[in-house]
Design a protein around this ligand. Sequence first.
Ligand SMILES: [Zn+2]
Ligand SMILES: [Zn+2]
Length: 135
Amino acid sequence: MKNTIYAVVIAICILGAIVVFVSRRGKGGAGINSIADSQMIWVKCAKCNQSYEMGEKQYYRELEEKAKANPSPIPVAMPLKCQKCGQDAVRKAFKCEKCGEVFFANSVPADFEDRCPKCKHSATEAKRKARLGQQ
Ligand SMILES: [Zn+2]
Ligand SMILES: [Zn+2]
């Protein structure tokens, strides 16, 4: 009985690997489809100042649609429609893991995009420091 379970688990693993491999090759590597459905990001509205979480995949899909609807020679990230006030003013944001502040990406110029303008914490920097500390 145990052996059967192992065989099934291994078969599922192999199948999963093949599916991932084929879908990656088919879509030409990374892109929106490589983002997990459960992956969430914070967004913030510049008009009503409210922030909320949304699926990262959905965020990039909407961004892509915006870009198609507003062709521009320079690739600029268009603001998305706000779920709270309905205006096109939502941009990518981060929630600070230290103080809980939700702020726009690149709030601090020429620094990590997730640098908190309030307490100056950056999750990216913290991760890098932790990695350096391990060596
Ligand atoms: Zn809004
Ligand atoms: Zn902070």
